[in-house]
Write a new protein. Sequence first.
Lengths: 398, 255
Amino acid sequence: MEIRCSRIQGAISLAQGVPDFDTPLCIKNKAIQAITEGKATCYSLSPGLVELREAIEYNLSKKGIFYDFENEIIVTAGSIEAITASLLALCSEGDEVLISDPAYTSYQEAILLAREKPVFFPLKADDNWRFDFDELKKRITNRTRALILCNPNNPTGVIFSRTDLMKLVELAEYHDFYILSDEVYRDFVYDGKELFSLGQLSAFRKRLVFIFSFSKAYAMTGWRVGYLATDESLAKKIIASHDAMVTCAPVASQWGALAALEMAQNDINYFRDSYEKRRDTICSLFETLKDWFSFVRPDSAYYFFPKITKNFEKTFVEKRMKIIKSQPYYAELRADQQQSISWLLALDLLDTQKLALVPGIAFGSQGEKHLRLCFGRRESDIEQGVIRIKRYIENFLG
Amino acid sequence: MRKLFKKIVQFYLKVLTKIVISRHNPLIIAVAGTSNKTFVKEAILQELRKDIEVRGNPRSFNTEIGLPLAVLFLPSGYRSVFKWVDVLFSAAMISFFGHEFPKVLVLEMGVDRKGDMAYLLSMVKPKIAVVTCIDKGYPDLGTTTDDLFEEMKELISNVEADGLVLLNGDDRLVKKLKNKTRAKTLLFGSGEKNDILIKTITNSENKNFIEINFEGKVEKFKTDKFGQHNAEALAIAKRINWEFKKGSMLKKNVV
């Protein structure tokens, strides 16, 4: 959707999950200094710069998460490399990896790349996107080797409760599988709510890979730097696949990440406050569209995931389907995309209103009839985006 | 222009730091080495804080500008001229007129290249020094491990005879520093020949224990933290606290 959008003049994108902020200056300066002084020329150690890993341990310990920087922390080229390296190291070909439905789309790709089988378990759409443990249990087999957890969640924007996470831990212990806890949005939790991390459970550390990325928290998506923290016994295995894939994370980015941890706390606070305001803006704008959308108010991250109402769906099918089917892009779609309301709606919004959103189906079948809007983007784009949705409803569905 | 500004700020802060140190005369504990400084410093702070008014420098405040800012208890102005004006004004006020000052300072001493330690020591004179390790995590600036060894030697040779030096006995280079100081020297580490012998034990429930053998006296502590470096940090902190409680080497006003 982002690529299609880039080809359209005057288009607004609320599709890709990138913050609209620039990387904080202290981070850029540190990286520039490292490059100028020749400190980013060579590879670092495969697990990353000692200084950075130390800072990561220190930073995590302030949150009650304890790992040994020397043996248990690996700096990676973003969180997706951490996930891929972990899957390659901890699972074997044909093993099953559980992912929620809906879930961040790249998880599935990473699982397939590792020649494993993604198994989706549904979240409860009508209960604040909580785990459906009955459904989850049904999908656990003797080939289940791991579960990827995105907490705070992309695309739903919810945080999972401690109670639910403890139930998940029990299942992992009982059925002997790992949990890869992707916590890249952990710094953006709103309304004073608290995030419980599985990393806080020392007793569970031998089954857990804690994953974080600097991309979202510090507006460093282009820097490709993140890390994983896990028990030494698992880290020893993961370092081999990490080394084979990237040797080490980009060294200039590692120096930048060090500055992020040491100097950018004020920037993070500013980002969080801004996103919270934008979350409020988007929610209040959608309040005026209650006949057309229902939604869960996000607690965290920067995604808004509204569902179209039955009324919207009925009117859309009646009034737009015929027109959409006559558009050139329709023929290029896969059969499953042609059947998906969220795909067709997202394309129609882009085509007629020059507004890019992600169709909910991209995150799994539970996401169908939803749209994902990123409110990490500029406030003016968010407002203009909702204006365009309103215009679309008025012109075509009203 | 920026370089000139930095030089001026550096000199100004150095002078003010010397003034504030001479006015209040705190006991200084220096923690140096290529890694694990922060964990050692934090452990010492945590241990001493129970009985003494003590302050440490934030993680990255350990070089030519960061250290004086930490001593003066001021933030960095980073790249903002306005913030720097405020910081420099406050620095003068604290140095000349500040009444409250901690009795003990625990300072990380960051060394990147030759001469850095001498510069830091021109501002502060440690009574206790800890050297954690000497290695090169990243090949930068043409600094060799020999250079780093000389820097650490500079530190411990500046500790007076009635002071204390704690050296990582498991680190080949650090161990070689043993006879380079007049102060009482203790080696710490997991090797049997160390004066402070440290062992980490993790039980089946992933609970962590640290066993410290202080020259024959064995004590066991439970900890949330993992890794030998954290065990070393705790052992160093306990030992320094013990010296404080013993009162053998400290001024009367400290404890």
